[in-house]
Design a binder for this molecule. Structure first.
Ligand code: GLN
Ligand code: ZN
Length: 758
């Protein structure tokens, strides 16, 4: 039995790539040094896969920012505005990723979107009418050679043409179909060149296939690949899918001349059934994605072996693989001094997943019955009940919930006047999403407290002082609804997890979110509850500094769940309701302590929406939306509930968003087009909206005129009394130098708008 990894984390076990790249951005590291760092990391990552005996090791899964962006650059899809900057190649690349503002010009970044149902973000390739697609890059060849020089044969990996064209954005009159021919020619050229290098395999990722596909989608896929594979000779091509099953294209896929097909048996609910009922061609290799690439629980070998036993009679060669790239799990358990031995026994990060593949390989190669130590150990782990996991009080509270706990009264129309009277806000109220720049000092303060070199009193005094300055600054800028700045929070989910029972934390469990940004998701280990108020003290302090309302700032249950590694022993909805009850207690405590506006962030609500529309309601929305209502249904009519969602891609779930029954929602709208606003209007969206008026993912400073322009556009679709003015997300990743002028311009634009509308 051979083993395969289809993608590996690239950021490094101590986020070396992040730190090097950020130094490069600041001009503190040369391009040569950055490249050296990257090379060292790649060598390490290949070596550990080799050491674990992995047979198919990927290359070209490395990226300085994102592999969709790499692919766009590889195929010459660099929009004119970046070419016009005339920067060196690496800087053009980063300009596409982050925008550019400097002597060479002033341009926006490419749009960034969530990668399927993960918290990873890809850059959306932009295809202009003038784009001439052809192979212009070397990266897949260079990285292959680099590994080869290390004595390792790798499989170059890149997104396939179907997924690339489906995810790209078309800015002119040309559409996907118009680019198909040149793109296929470019892939053919790539394959030809790999072939002349005697590369054995290439892996083309087509995760788009796990969405609901129409017959014409499938036909187009077949057309693309029939051309792409027409002249293939020695180079073997592996089609890789992940994040679900390929129920609508399976019949077509197995007829195409692929040499191997990778299927996801973890998230692909129907994958086993497809293989057993339709069989898998014996002349192709089936790469069975059985080791979960997304969660950190150790694999259950018994289940995996059962699946293998079920599919084996229906397929030829089977290679054991990961369900998706290991990019979505942290690097290694060996940097986790704070997890107990008992806890670690249940976890597997990327490196440990390599071990699992190695162990399974051994188990499978050994004679029956399966009595190897590794198998027995794993079996016992999953047979026995996990310690410190159940809490009877939580179970009892959940059991008592009824419909009225999920309904806020009085209804929206009745409570809005009460809020207007209590809050007395101007037209187009200005606000921010919550966090303010996290400077080195702010981070050091948290680190010192964590290490124990600062007492809680010292740590807290520092944060309160930051908040005090932040409130003063917001008053000075003239914002209407203030925030405390979130200086005590490392991350919006980890912070709450740390204050709730049931969570476990890693010290170095970083996962790349976008570019150099990484997150460290907590693990939901057991039943969740709140032992004591979490944010009340800081909220009350912040409110005491201003006559203007200061928002209480919480993270919602769906986001806490989605940005954690969830349990696999109880259903997701049960975990979510446990968290909802804990946050509900916090909401009521904030209200009781005089906080009049409470924002409950659901930044990640859309993220875990099943990829297939047909699964949306039953698998997700039917419990996720009520869980949010459970959090706020107990407040008074005058208390204003805000929510925030990153990304505005909720055109298709507008009714559900409205059914969250918040009073105000802010969301990203500056990087995307504004079609969301049409959708809001046509759905008679009742909730007031704050479509982000500028992009906080980029360091560029928007001018007042630019923001006013954006607001004018928005006002064509949104009623003035429903419009809030805010950036599109929290400011924690930004510096003060760009934050202050950007907010000043934003407030000035709102004031101008008020005079115009009057
Ligand atoms: N309140 C959080 C912040 O401002 C929201 C972050 C987010 O949406 N990702 O940082
Ligand atoms: Zn956000």
């Amino acid at each position: 039995m051979k083993t395969s990894v289809i993608g590996y984390p690239r950021i490094g076990s101590h986020r070396e790539l992040k730190f090097a790249t950020e130094k490069y951005f600041k001009g503190e590291l040369s391009a040569e040094m950055l490249n050296m760092q990257a090379k060292t990391l790649r060598a390490t990552h290949w070596a550990s896969q080799k050491a674990a005996g992995i047979d198919w090791i990927p290359s070209n899964d490395f990226s300085f920012y994102d592999t969709m962006l790499d692919t766009a650059v590889l195929f010459n899809c660099v929009p004119a505005r970046y070419q016009a900057l005339n920067l060196p190649a690496l800087d053009t690349y980063f300009a596409m990723a982050r925008g550019y503002q400097g002597p060479a010009g002033d341009v926006h970044a490419l749009a960034m979107k969530k990668w399927f149902n993960t918290n990873y973000h890809y850059l959306v390739p932009e295809l202009e009418d003038s784009t001439v697609i052809r192979l212009v890059g070397w990266k897949p060849f260079d990285l292959y050679d680099e590994a080869k020089a290390q004595g390792i044969e790798t499989v170059p990996v890149l997104p396939g043409p179907f997924t690339f064209l489906k995810l790209a954005r078309y800015t002119g009159t040309k559409q996907a179909a118009d680019f198909a021919e040149p793109l296929i020619n470019a892939y053919v050229e790539l394959l030809t060149q790999l072939e002349t290098k005697n590369v054995e395999w290439i892996q083309l990722d087509e995760p788009y296939l796990v969405h609901d596909q129409t017959a014409s989608d499938v036909a187009w896929f077949v057309e693309l690949y029939t051309k792409l594979l027409a002249n293939k000779r020695n180079l073997k091509v592996r089609l890789q899918t992940y994040f679900g099953d390929v129920r609508d294209s399976y019949d077509a896929l197995i007829q195409l001349p692929f040499d191997a097909i990778g299927l996801d048996f973890v998230e692909g609910r129907k994958t086993t059934e497809l293989v057993t009922s339709k069989t898998f061609p014996k002349d192709k290799t089936l790469v069975a994605g059985l080791i979960c690439g997304k969660n950190i629980w150790r694999a259950d070998y018994t289940k995996i072996l059962d699946t293998l036993d079920a599919i084996r009679p229906h397929a030829g060669e089977i290679v054991l693989g990961t369900s998706c790239s290991l990019l979505h799990v942290p690097y290694t358990l060996s940097n986790e001094p704070n997890l107990s031995k008992q806890e670690k026994a249940y976890f597997a990060f990327a490196e440990e997943k390599l071990n699992e593949l190695a162990e399974l390989k051994q188990i499978l190669d050994a004679p029956l019955p399966r009595e190897t130590d590794a198998f027995q150990k794993n079996h016992i782990l999953w047979e026995t009940r996990r310690p410190n996991c159940a809490d009877l009080a939580v179970a009892n509270r959940l059991a008592k919930l009824s419909e009225k706990d999920f309904t806020r009264l009085p209804a929206f129309e009745e409570r809005i006047p009460a809020q207007a009277k209590a809050l007395k806000l101007p037209l187009f109220p200005t606000t921010t999403i919550g966090s303010f720049p996290q400077t080195q000092e702010v981070r050091s303060n948290r680190a010192a407290f964590r290490k124990g070199t600062k007492t809680f009193a010292e740590y807290d005094a520092f944060n309160k002082n930051e908040t005090k300055q932040c409130i003063a600054l917001q008053e000075q800028i003239g914002l209407d609804v203030l925030v405390h700045g979130e200086f005590e929070r490392n991350d919006m989910v980890e912070f709450f997890g740390e204050h709730l029972t049931g969570f476990r934390f890693t010290s170095n469990g970083w996962v790349q979110s976008y570019g150099t940004r990484c997150v460290k998701p907590p693990v939901i280990w057991g039943d969740v509850s709140r032992a004591a108020p979490i944010t009340v003290d800081m909220a009350v302090y912040a409110q005491s500094l201003s006559k203007k309302p200061v928002k209480g700032m919480l993270t919602g249950p769906v986001t806490i769940l989605n940005w954690s590694f969830p349990r696999v022993d109880i259903p997701l909805h049960e975990s979510t309701n446990q968290i909802a009850l804990a946050i509900r207690d916090e909401v009521l405590d904030l209200e009781a302590n005089g906080i009049s506006i409470i924002q409950i962030d659901e930044a990640a609500l859309r993220e875990k929406l099943p990829l297939r529309k047909s699964d949306w309601q039953c698998d997700y929305l039917a419990w996720a939306i009520p869980a949010f209502r459970l959090v706020h249904s107990g407040v008074k009519p005058e208390t204003q509930i805000h929510t925030h969602m990153c990304y505005s891609e909720f055109n298709d779930i507008i009714a559900d968003i409205d059914a969250m029954d918040a009073d105000v929602i802010s969301f990203e709208a500056s990087r995307a087009d504004l079609t969301i606003l049409d959708a809001l209007a046509s759905a008679h969206f009742k909730t007031a909206v704050g479509p982000g008026v500028y992009d906080i993912h980029s360091p560029r400073i928007p001018s007042e005129a630019e923001i006013l322009g954006q607001l004018h556009k928005i006002l064509k679709k949104v009623a003035p009394e429903k419009l809030w003015v805010n950036p599109d997300c929290g400011l924690k990743t930004r510096g003060w130098t760009e934050t202050i002028p950007s907010l000043e311009h934003m407030v000035a634009a709102a004031k101008k708008l008020r005079t115009e509308i009057k």
